[in-house]
Design a protein around this ligand. Structure first.
Ligand SMILES: [Zn+2]
Length: 191
């Protein structure tokens, strides 16, 4: 468990350093059997300590000191629906979140594995930290690995923390590429 807690801290540092989260935004969790380790509320992911990581059971009961992320229910509901998911990374990465605030859908570019649909799945806005968001996100993710939360951010899930983090990086790169493409195409139009 200790090793896994340090992995959450490493991944937190990495996504902060890559600019996928800023301030006190974003949250990360990993599941170990019936226990979920999650980043705390109201703390920057940039410099977490071992004791900052909060353990909760699948009903949301806090097993350690500290207060879990306000999105803990969203994480738990996804774990309950998806036994294959062992880690969740939630970011407000700027380019992908820009798309989430716009009326443009994010294309599923090459690298997402089997093309299921041409666009990444999304769900309509629900207030952060609410049961409504937890319910909508856990239903909306279906069997996808990425879910765009309209007017909010991105959720990436995987069977390991490292993979969920890499997916979050890839989603942001995809959004950046798509943004550049849109800009170039619109510049061409004005010639
Ligand atoms: Zn959020």
């Amino acid at each position: 468990m200790k090793k896994n807690i340090f992995e959450i801290i490493d991944v937190s540092n990495e996504i902060y350093d890559k600019g996928l989260v800023s301030g006190k935004a974003g949250n990360i969790s990993a599941r170990f059997g019936d226990v979920v380790a999650i980043t705390p509320t109201l703390k920057s992911l940039s410099n977490l300590d071992e004791e900052d990581i909060v353990l909760v059971d699948m009903d949301g009961n806090v097993l350690t000191k500290g207060k879990p992320s306000s999105e803990v229910n969203m994480h738990l509901e996804i774990y309950k629906k998806r036994p294959d998911v062992k880690a969740i990374v939630h970011t407000h990465s700027p380019y992908a979140t820009g798309f989430a605030f716009s009326n443009k859908k994010l294309k599923r570019l090459e690298g997402f594995g089997a093309i299921k649909t041409p666009y990444l799945s999304d769900i309509e806005y629900e207030k952060p930290g609410t049961d409504e968001l937890a319910r909508s996100a856990s239903e909306g993710i279906g069997d996808e690995d990425v879910l765009i939360l309209k007017n909010h951010g991105v959720i990436c899930v995987s069977d390991s923390l490292k993979e969920a983090m890499l997916l979050a990086v890839f989603v942001e790169e995809t959004a950046k590429t798509q943004f550049i493409t849109i800009m170039l195409n619109s510049a061409e139009d004005s010639n």
